[in-house]
Design a protein around this ligand. Sequence first.
Ligand code: UN1
Length: 507
Amino acid sequence: MNAPFQPSPLAAEVRDLLVRLGVAPDQIEGGRLLAHSPISGELVAEVREHALPEAEAVIARAHAAYLAWRKVPAPRRGELVRLFGEELRAAKADLGRLVTLEAGKILSEGLGEVQEMIDICDYAVGLSRQLFGLTIASERPEHRMMETWRPLGVVGVISAFNFPVAVWSWNAALALVCGDAVVWKPSEKTPLTALAVQALFERAAARFGDAPAGLSSLLIGGRDVGEALVDHPGVPLVSATGSTAMGRAVGPRLALRFARGLLELGGNNAAIVCPSADLDLTLRAVAFAAMGTAGQRCTTLRRLIVHEDVYDTLVPRLKAAYASVRIGDPRDPKTLVGPLIDADALAAMQLALSHAKAAGGGVCGGEPVEGLGGAYARPALVEMTGQAEVVRRETFAPILYVMRYRDLDQAIALQNDTPQGLSSSIFTRDIGEAELFLSSEGSDCGIANVNIGPSGAEIGGAFGGEKETGGGREAGSDSWKTYMRRATNTINYGKTLPLAQGVTFEV
Ligand code: UN1
């Protein structure tokens, strides 16, 4: 028997927020999944997990929901997402704060995460009237060809702790207007925000009236329930965000049953700073991209490649910014760098720094900040002479490796010389340099920016990357097509049967 759970003030606040957001107390008391806040490391809830047989029932219910939902006209499906967006607007302050308490990001970023959810809902509402295909010229007389987009089925979503709710919403908002049902396995490190979002969704569904039960559901648990989702023949698409190691486990299992995978895995994002760069702007962009979210975004800036003419101006200024940045409780509005998610993340950071030192790196910062309860560290800036193994690896922590370059071609080669290919940027006022960076000979990433950092993407563009980042694209542009089945239709409105390619077959 566990001793009765004694809530601390932080745990009490988490509980109040959850109840206000509509989560039933029995979901967060007495369960086996222990939720800790990275702010202090305290236990804040005991979440009820799904047992493996329940996972099967959740997926079956989702499949039944999909069978009904696919018959609902897409713009009407959009209405549900519109209502959900309204719930998110109304709950923004509470949910944003809960993101801060559960994932440790500063309040402004917690609120930004909820705004990202609202944005994708708005986007999906418009999209619900734009799920169109092409009409294609047929080679046969009195024939017409077209493509139509049909709902796919149950979409599995596996999300990571660092964007505990926004990444799910990119998938769910699109999947729902596309006529799919969604089953969500959140990170074991962040089940609480997922429960809150599910409660908000249920409020929207109740207002909508006739949404089928099980249209969006949660699977709370560990690897076994995740695997149930990945292996289930009734789940034609699994969108998984997390480490490359996770993707390596998920990808082949999906391939084995010919299911679609939308993988958003590790990044190792670089920025190139050219001689003509506006260094004030660059400094601010680098500071946010490298230190924001305590270095725990997929898109975090991890490598800075600086031209030798501006290196000695920019890098000392950056070091001063690193030394001055306020680290601490993310609820304090003056804090810019909150905690890492847990002690393992801090240990991984320290290990990477020791490897960097061993490879000749000059480390500035990076020390653990003791006494706050959670896993806090000063962000580290590490001057490297080249891309040692540790630089080519993603460490999910605020470490920025800084290197010099002389020729832009050499800088672009360095930028591309990592296994990952998520995001990248260049700081320059020279249009030739900017365009080269964006060209086919430039950055090999899924995201390439000019005069902004690699992180903080808007939802309107397709989000994702190449190589070990996994190749998936979420959110805007035509990412919605992944959540639908494309049918090519050929219609003969004549009385003869001409065959394509001139084939004859007389019976
Ligand atoms: C992630 O880190 O998994 O571009 C998502 C960004 C955010 C999303 C990050 N809009 O940094």
